[in-house]
Design a protein around this ligand. Structure first.
Ligand SMILES: Nc1ncnc2c1ncn2[C@@H]1O[C@H](COP(=O)(O)OP(=O)(O)OP(=O)(O)O)[C@@H](O)[C@H]1O
Length: 526
């Protein structure tokens, strides 16, 4: 008997979204209510990043999603509703939320933490911080980062101001009575480090928070990360001690001495409204429709903003191709394809960190391909990953072999091609991988290497994004033949390399085990 898959019911408010396609890109100088100090900076920012003449590319305008969100925030919508933004990869979602937040906070009277942006990875958080840092200082706002890039002590000194210390008076770190203040108005954070600060940083408070952005929402909601979301929501409820004594006792029992009850409007610089609500903006190119997941966000009168009628959209100028080959010949086809693409920046995706490492090692054993190829995966240390990413951004590395750590949100200029070495398991994965190219209205190509038995599944998957006819891409058989000898030799060397790596790991493992059994205290000191 055929078992029919039950489809999840769509929430009523999701049935009538605002279509971002109805909005047109708008010239910055014609943009209603935009602080003129921001206009100049935005233009400079894109000019520097894209290294092209402004007038050639029309970078003095805002993208449709940015115009649409502006309407719902600074425009007539006036931040009355929480926003769920589902718009394709590379469509400019970061600036879509950064701009209204910065504009809105530009009139703030007291410095305190008012906007929190949460992202799933450190590299992504760094990227978003860069966008805020490019525009916020122009209106006197400071932006902080809590991602664990530096030591917690360094991070605390960036985020929290100790007035007595600044005045030259000796500061006693145990003196909790001294008035600690936030040094930042906007904080970009990953959930783990955010929780560290919530739990243990003196003076770190969310009591003044006005805006919460959950970027890459579906990814963040999938993983609970020490219950960061319920904690943030609990700490930012507009409760008054006198009105909700029970809530207070719950908070103090759960979060110890943390002072997190939101203050009244005037004290927070909002005259007129006694308790401004925390406005939430959640975003993704593949926003979840799952009611139980969305319920975790406790959205207020949410408004869905989407692009077009389809749930999944690929960037307009993305071309998808399939390349069919035998499984054991995939590395050969990949090398032939990479040689055809020449020095164009390219990301090759595999399905796991292990195969990323193996494939990258193999490619580098092929002899001189005339292209620099590096690995980027969750197996590596963060410092190594950041270094590789920097070289890739600068064009010193042309090909990144990556596990899915790279798929979400990363924005690297000039990536013209994406290659799925392993077929992605879900359409969402395809969208995020392919979305590393064809960004900001530019052209890009996504190639998927397939065995002939995978073609049907691939076609079915892409139908979900309305992309039914994926043309074949073929590499000349002469290229394949000319690479065979190099391939066989590389395979032989790969075996040796893998064995020597494994024996190194074993040695290191047993040494580590011995150390941990004998001298735990010494190790800690070292
Ligand atoms: N108005 C604009 N004019 C020109 N370039 C822009 C504009 N807005 C954003 N960009 C550029 O577009 C690129 C994509 O922006 P962004 O990273 O915000 O996309 P995104 O929608 O968040 O993508 P993803 O879903 O992959 O995270 C960036 O390089 C950004 O600098």
């Amino acid at each position: 008997m055929e078992v029919k898959k039950r489809s999840t019911p769509i929430l009523p408010w999701m049935r009538s979204p605002v279509d971002v396609n109805q909005f047109e890109a708008c010239a910055l100088n014609l943009f209603p209510c935009l602080d003129p100090r921001l206009t100049v900076l935005i233009i400079n920012f894109f000019q520097v990043r894209l290294e092209v003449a402004l007038d050639k590319m029309g970078f003095s305008s805002l993208f449709p999603v940015q115009v649409a969100v502006w309407q719902e925030t600074i425009g007539p919508g006036a931040f009355e509703r929480d926003l769920c933004i589902n718009s394709p990869t590379g469509s400019g979602k970061t600036l879509a939320y950064a701009l209204p937040i910065v504009q809105k906070l530009s009139t703030r009277s007291v410095k305190c933490l008012r906007a929190l942006v949460v992202l799933p990875t450190r590299d992504l958080a760094l990227q978003v911080k860069e966008v805020f840092a490019a525009i916020a200082p122009a209106v006197g706002l400071s932006v902080g980062l809590a991602v664990g890039q530096s030591s917690i002590a360094d991070e605390i000194s960036e985020l929290i101001k100790r007035p007595k210390l600044e005045a030259g008076i000796c500061y006693d770190p145990e003196d909790v009575t001294c008035e600690l203040q936030s040094s930042v108005d906007i904080l970009v954070a990953t959930p783990g480090r955010l929780m560290d600060h919530i739990n243990s940083t003196k003076g770190f408070t969310l009591e003044h928070l006005c805006y919460l952005v959950v970027d890459e929402t579906d990814r963040l909601l999938r993983e609970a990360y020490q219950s960061w979301l319920p904690t943030v929501l609990q700490l930012t409820q507009s409760n008054e001690e006198s009105l909700f004594p029970l809530a207070n006792s719950f908070l103090s029992s759960t979060f110890g001495s943390l002072k997190t009850i939101r203050r009244c409007g005037v004290e927070r610089g909002f005259k007129g409204k006694s308790h401004p609500r925390l406005v939430k903006m959640v975003l993704s190119a593949t926003l979840t429709q799952d009611p139980s997941k969305l319920a975790q966000l406790n959205l207020h009168h949410p408004l869905l903003m989407t692009t077009g009628k389809r749930r999944y959209q690929l960037p307009e100028k993305l071309e998808s191709y399939k390349l069919i080959c035998e499984s054991n010949l995939r590395p050969l086809y990949l090398v032939a394809l990479l040689q055809e693409l020449g020095e164009e920046k390219c990301i090759v995706f595999t399905s796991s960190t292990e195969s990323t490492h193996r494939l990258c090692t193999l490619l580098n054993l092929f002899g001189d391909l005339g292209i620099k190829i590096k690995e980027y995966s969750g197996l590596q240390r963060q410092s190594r990953r950041s270094k590789t990413l920097k070289s890739f951004r600068e064009g010193k590395v042309q090909v990144l072999v990556s596990s899915d750590a790279m798929t979400r949100g990363m924005d690297v200029q000039g990536v013209r091609n994406v290659i799925n070495y392993d077929i992605p398991a879900y359409i969402k994965t395809y969208i995020h991988r392919a979305g590393r190219t064809a960004r900001a209205g530019q052209a890009g190509r996504c190639f998927t290497l397939l065995h002939k038995y995978e073609v049907k599944r691939f076609k079915k998957m892409l139908q979900k994004a309305d992309n039914e006819s994926v043309p074949h891409y073929s590499v000349p058989s002469s290229s394949i033949e000319s690479l065979r000898a190099a391939y066989n030799s590389a395979l032989g060397k790969l075996k040796e390399t893998v064995e020597s790596e494994a024996s190194r790991k074993r040695k290191f493992g047993s040494k580590f085990l011995k150390l941990s059994r004998t001298k735990p205290t010494d190790r800690r000191k070292g």
